[in-house]
Ligand binder design. Sequence first.
Ligand code: TYD
Length: 223
Amino acid sequence: MTPARLITLEGGEGAGKSTVARGLQARLAERAIRSLVTREPGGSTKAEAIREALLVGQVKPYGPFAEAIMFYAARIDHIEKTIRPALARGEWVISDRFADSTRAYQGALGQIDPALLASLERVALAGFRPDITLILDVPVEIGLARAAARRGSGATDRFESEGRGFHARLRKAYLDIAEREPDRCIVLDASLPPDDVLEMAWAAVEMRALAEASHADADTALP
Ligand code: TYD
């Protein structure tokens, strides 16, 4: 039996994460692997309530570290109520955003000591981490144009409305994470057509998560 995996999708605005999430779920289903697609902030009842407050900017006046703490409050509930139970049932979990979003977004706001963010992550996650993280990388202009097209005449949210400099720092923050943690992270060129991005994402999952899973199966099968 393939052990259940946590796959996280990361990237800036308009990278196409939710399309890849659904596509991966369909590919896993073809292999008879059940999976749950979830998202952050949110993914559990209490975390969805916190999402509301964060995305309308209610926490913004308290400063970026308070926002980071609120993202973590939501994440802790999401892990306990949704992610761990699904993994325990043997379902794979595909999360549209996870802890790297806090590193990248709250880090890119530029007012939090990276060491402080790292300690928050260490305390809150206590070693829990994704098996594989796909970072959907897209040039800032393309990402913002896609996000604007998706939004139509609706208002920008708390982070979409940050300036271009923020989005450029964000992109770099993600690429830095990938460089520091190559075992976990894979960068995909998300400026390509959606079908191609999904193909690359699936190839990465097959190579990293499924291949490792079959090795693990082989290991446990040894006398
Ligand atoms: P969402 O509408 O889900 O955006 P997207 O489609 O880009 O994922 O909104 C989530 C927003 O919250 C997004 O702008 C990224 C931001 N965010 C953080 O700043 N920190 C975090 O830890 C997380 C999970 C999200």
